[in-house]
Design a protein around this ligand. Structure first.
Ligand code: GLN
Ligand code: ZN
Length: 758
């Protein structure tokens, strides 16, 4: 019996890598030192994995920003505009990741998208007619050698050619099909090099295989690997899938000459059915994903051993490798550094490091005949029988009382729009922001001091109010139409709400990478959720008292709160979403009663848990997710304008469902996906008023007035002027103050120019 993981987190247990990279960006850390530090981090992690007795230790899962971007560099898919900046290798890489503005030029970042159904974002590779796919970097090989020098023989991990091609953006005339032979060639070259290095196993990630595939896709996949596997030499090839099952191509995958096949038995029940129904090839190793790489609860050994036993009816025990169901990138590092969680809580949790122990124990247990009597097994089983008293009967009662009316806001959108126009009296093309303003050093230190008990709650609140005052003054000076209070009291848009809701628990260091150097710290849903006290009212009211212009109340919506938390596994997602919706609804009505006439309910992560398979979109998700949002605002007054906001996804396919959320205004991340959203809205006769972001806030680049004027005019070609809002594409909290002020100034100036020209 052996065990494996697909990948390990890389940002560092204390987010060291994030801080080093950010210091490097600021010029406070040299390139050499950055590389050196990263090397130490990798070394420590390999040795940790090695010490837990893991049989397959990954390498090349490290990245300075993103694994797909690394792959693009490895395959020489760097668009010319970045090459011609003439920067060093790493800076060219960072220019693609986050844009570049400086002596060598001015280019925007590449598009960023959600990685399947996770909150990780990858950089979308751009392929054009000049792209020459060929081997271009040594990182993959160097990192294998680096670990080997420490005596650790690793399993290098790369993204497979099919997933790579499928996720790329084709900007020229050439399409995916035109690059197949180049891909076969370049992966063949990779194999040659890996053979030369004496690599035993290579893991090729093909997560795209768990999505809906058509005949042509499957043909392309088969063609690539039929060719490629001819050149594998002594290398053993593991094709690794995750985030679901490979029902569309199971037969093809199992009839190709792979040495190992990695399947996910956690996220899809279907994987087990597939091997039972269709069998599994002899002399092939099954990497069985049974330890959850996405959630933080302890593994149930009873369930896992049952699954493993069922698998072993089909596959020889010696050919089974116990694996995680996806990379551990999606969970925090370790429970060891959690000082505040109770022992009762900790007993039920497993972060990345604890999952390594689970893998070791499962390997041991599954190898024993008499595992039922083992202490480790019994202790684990005991964790799952003890039911927590985490149910609240009052909440249950409220949920049971809900009827259709609770999900319907009246009067209808059109009528409300008229009423709100008369009531709010906003100019055409109203300007606003998405909510947060830069979290400058003083904001962070105020929060840190409160945490450490160095300032009283009163002083802390006074400081936040001072920031709100500055923020309101700034927006008035800039001449925005709808103001925000700036969200200075929030560490994070979900954790902050969680802290004010019953049923949540929190970690101190439970960071998970979201994109590049950005991490989030998802709270944990432990019990039934309800509103503990009013959450945002005091600060919103204060902000509104400082100005005659409307100030938007700022809330996070139920679906996003749920999707950015680690959910329970003992009740349904729908039930959790409705519980949270009722809690946020109380807050909405509280804000309204306190004179806040515009309320934004962010659903940044609406699309995140959309099932990967289209057939399940509605039944498993949208049929409760959209109603959960409607429940939050259904009883507001017609004069109250409800906004929502969404980021980083392709909305095309669910744009009709988004309309059914029945908000009055929605702002979208749009700039980085090249405004394609506008076309989509237009084609679908989108009803809700919209603010497709006019510039990209995920990059420090400052947009010029001209550029924004062009964006607005483009939007006006497709969107009715009465329904268009002008705003950046997301919150500004990660940006510097200076660049933000200039960008916002340009935004208002551009809007005025367009208005004047009308
Ligand atoms: N209101 C939030 C903010 O401005 C929205 C953040 C987000 O969409 N990710 O920070
Ligand atoms: Zn956003």
């Amino acid at each position: 019996m052996r065990n494996s993981i697909i990948g390990y987190p890389r940002i560092g247990g204390q987010r060291e890598l994030k801080f080093w990279i950010e210091d490097y960006f600021k010029g406070n850390l040299s390139l050499e030192k950055l590389q050196e530090n990263a090397k130490v981090l990798r070394k420590e992690q390999w040795s940790l994995l090695n010490n837990t007795g893991l049989d397959f230790i990954p390498s090349n899962d490290f990245s300075f920003y993103d694994g797909i971007l690394d792959m693009a560099v490895l395959l020489n898919v760097t668009p010319d505009r970045y090459k011609s900046l003439d920067l060093n290798e790493l800076d060219t890489y960072f220019a693609m990741a986050r844009g570049y503005q400086g002596e060598n030029g001015d280019v925007k970042a590449l598009t960023m998208k959600k990685w399947f159904n996770t909150n990780y974002h990858y950089i979308v590779t751009e392929v054009d007619d000049n792209t020459e796919i060929k081997l271009n970097s040594d990182k993959l090989f160097e990192q294998y050698s680096e670990a080997l020098a420490d005596g650790i023989k690793t399993k290098p991990v790369i993204i497979g050619g099919f997933t790579f091609l499928k996720l790329a953006d084709y900007t020229g005339k050439k399409k995916l099909e035109d690059f197949i032979s180049d891909v076969v060639k370049v992966y063949g070259d990779i194999f040659t090099k890996l053979n030369e290095l004496g690599v035993e196993w290579v893991q090729i990630d093909e997560p795209i295989l768990v999505t809906d595939l058509n005949r042509k896709d499957i043909e392309i996949f088969t063609k690539i690997y039929t060719e490629l596997l001819k050149n594998k030499g002594n290398l053993k090839i593991l094709i690794q899938t995750y985030f679901g099952d490979i029902r569309d191509c199971y037969s093809e995958v199992t009839s190709l000459a792979f040495d190992g096949i990695g399947l996910d038995f956690v996220e899809s029940k279907k994987s087990l059915e597939l091997i039972k129904e269709k069998g599994f090839p002899k002399n092939t190793t099954l990497f069985a994903g049974i330890v959850n790489g996405k959630n933080i609860w302890k593994n149930s050994y009873e369930k896992s051993v049952t699954t493993l036993n069922e698998i072993s009816n089909v596959v020889d025990k010696n050919d089974i490798v116990i694996n995680t169901c996806c990379s551990l990138l999606h969970v925090p590092y370790s429970l060891k550094t959690e000082e505040k969680l109770s022992e009762n809580h900790k007993a039920k949790l497993a972060f990345a490091e604890e999952k390594l122990i689970e893998l070791a124990e499962l390997k041991e247990l599954f190898g024993e005949k008499d595992y039922l009597n083992s202490g480790k097994y019994k202790n684990n089983v005991a964790l799952f029988v003890k039911k927590e008293s985490n149910t609240d009967l009052e909440i249950k009662k409220n949920l049971n009382k809900l009827t259709e009316e609770d999900f319907t806001r009246l009067p209808e959108f059109k009528e409300r729009m008229k009423i709100q126009r008369g009531f709010l009296k906003l100019p055409l093309l109203p300007t606003t922001t998405i909510g947060s303003f830069p979290q400058t050093a003083d904001v962070k230190s105020n929060r840190a001091k409160l945490k450490k008990g160095q300032v009283t709650q009163e002083v802390y609140t006074e400081n936040v109010k001072k920031k709100i005052e500055e923020c309101i003054t700034l927006q008035e000076e800039l001449d925005f139409d709808v103001l925000v209070h700036g969200e200075f009291e929030r560490n994070d848009m979900v954790e902050y709400f969680g802290e004010n809701l019953n049923g949540y628990i929190f970690t101190q260091k439970g960071w998970v990478q979201s994109y590049g150097t950005r991490c989030v710290k998802p709270p944990l849903i432990w019990g039934d959720v309800s509103r503990a006290k009013s959450i945002t009212v005091e600060y919103s009211k204060y902000a509104q008292s400082l100005t005659l212009k409307p100030v938007k109340g700022m809330l996070t919506g139920p679906v996003t709160i749920l999707n950015w938390s680690f959910p329970r596994e003992d009740i349904s997602l729908k039930e959790m979403a409705f519980q949270i919706a009722l809690a946020i609804k109380e807050e909405v009505l509280d804000l309204e009663a306190n004179g806040i006439n515009i309320i934004q309910i962010d659903e940044a992560a609406l699309k995140e848990k959309l099932p990967i398979r289209r057939a399940q979109w509605h039944s498993d998700y949208l049929d409760w997710a959209i109603p959960a949002f409607r429940l939050v605002h259904s009883t507001t007054k017609a004069t109250t304008q409800i906004h929502t906001h969404m980021c980083y996804s392709e909305f095309e396919e669910i744009v009709k469902d988004i309309d059914l959320m029945d908000a009055d205004v929605i702002s979208f991340e749009a700039s980085r996906s090249k405004l394609s959203i506008i076309e989509v809205l237009n084609k679908n006769n989108f009803i809700t008023a919209v603010g497709p972001g006019v510039y990209d806030i995920h990059s420090p680049r400052v947009p010029s007035v001209e550029e924004i004027v062009i964006a607005i005019n483009l939007m006006l070609e497709k969107i009715n002027i009465e329904k268009l809002w002008i705003n950046p594409d997301c919150g500004l909290k990660t940006r510097g103050l200076e660049e933000t002020i200039t960008s916002l100034k340009n935004l208002v100036e551009a809007t005025k120019k367009v208005r004047d020209a009308l």
